[in-house]
Design a protein around this ligand. Sequence first.
Ligand code: PLP
Length: 380
Amino acid sequence: MSFSLSGELLARPTPFYHYDLSLLRRTLEAVQQAARPRGFHVHYALKANVNEPILRLIKEHGLGADCVSANEVQRALDTGFAPQDIVFAGVGKTDAEITRALAADIWCFNAESAQELVVLNELAGGQNRRARVALRVNPNVDAHTHHYITTGLEANKFGIGLNDLPAVVEQLATLPNLELVGLHAHIGSQITDLAVFAELSQKLNELQTWLEEQGYTLPHLNVGGGLGIDYNDPDTNPIPDFEAYFRTFEQHLIRRPGQQVHVELGRAIVAQCGTLVSRVLYVKRSQQTQFAILDAGLTELIRPALYGSHHHIQNLSSQGDIQPYDVVGPICESSDTFGRAVPLPETQRGDLVVLRSAGAYGEVMSSGYNLREKAEAVYS
Ligand SMILES: *Cc1c(COP(=O)(O)O)cnc(C)c1O
């Protein structure tokens, strides 16, 4: 299967985001088919993409919501996610955000520090509530991914370090408005080596045994998200191997009787259904290279500039001879480059060029830098 756009879309002004809702539907069916028989609960990480038609479809397939701000919690509620299916993570939740999430009676706060637990306890008491919390631990597992999207190493700001855990657990006994319901970990993003998840499982097994020795039994475990996708070849691998992903946890995570296991997937659900569609404004040749200058830039898709990440780039208009192009955007930053020496058929002004796998961390990270207008989203 290769990417194409219908005639109507070919004539649209660019740049725009295109979302293939039928691929999203198939992805959601695949993830639930792999998760449900194994008794795993899938939460969708809203931060990857919060467009209404996408959220609605995700909700219809029975996923829960994983939020990292009170506005995301609100968006999830507005979409129809039930409060008991919403978790709230984040290393810097404000008092106002915690207050709003408590009032909404969401299922669980993934707490990331000793201080946050104190604040949460106090704010819950003020509302005469008991907040359900999972301790987000930093298990010091190397996700073998880009260092900007690694979150589970001691050098990262996320989670409670293993050294601090005993003191935090001791502190819990002094916080009557908190109910410890589980352990949480999220160690990074775009993880393609499943051995990383096996290692995470082993760390959680040890921590769980240790917590039981402290007198805590945990009804829930949350292993976070981070499953990667194939950015190089989205047509061959449009849907991640969810079977292998859940099998890894099934084999390595030692679940207690009746214990619920949760995952929080963002990228793996929505990345492949989204494409950034742009037109070539100019082709500019220098001594060393030739540039294809697009009308889309880092304002529409910042991942290459931010993480040096790769998106598959295709020229839909040309059948010419393959040549190398530096594919760049119009923004006044040298990092506004989508790829260097990208092999493309001979490219001209006006050609349609698409950046694939842009459904996750694309539109949500768009900005108005250079006073650019927000690119629209279309669905088919
Ligand atoms: C970002 C995030 C996720 C989702 O990560 P993906 O790599 O998109 O699957 C899950 N959990 C938490 C806590 C996150 O911050």
